[in-house]
Design a protein around this ligand. Structure first.
Ligand SMILES: [Zn+2]
Length: 107
């Protein structure tokens, strides 16, 4: 992978990580009105926030794993076959772990 590509990937991943962390902090800091603590509305909202928060955390894990790979020099290689992931795919999904061939059946 060229120097330019990995520098660009790092910038994208770091920006995404920051955005995810901000969003998670906002979710975690959300205040629920104690007076309505039993209402199904609040319960539903809490459940929704929890699901969103879990999915953001998963994405954040992926982004951090990709950043770690940039550090150890394995970034951009498919975790299944070890082949280089195409530049276009990485551009669209900087945290991609697999090449196109293995994208549809992750471990
Ligand atoms: Zn592969």
């Amino acid at each position: 992978m060229s120097e330019v590509t990995s520098v660009a990937a790092r910038a994208l991943l770091e920006a995404e990580r920051d955005a995810l962390q901000t969003e998670l902090a906002e979710l975690d800091g959300r205040d629920y009105d104690a007076n309505f603590a039993d209402s199904s509305q609040v319960t539903a909202e809490r459940g929704e926030a929890e699901r969103l928060s879990n999915s953001l955390r998963e994405t954040l894990d992926e982004v951090e794993a990709a950043l770690a790979k940039l550090d150890d020099g394995t970034y951009g290689l498919c975790e299944e076959c070890g082949e280089a992931i195409s530049g276009a795919r990485l551009e669209a999904m900087p945290a991609a772990r697999n090449c196109i061939t293995h994208a549809s059946n992750p471990r």
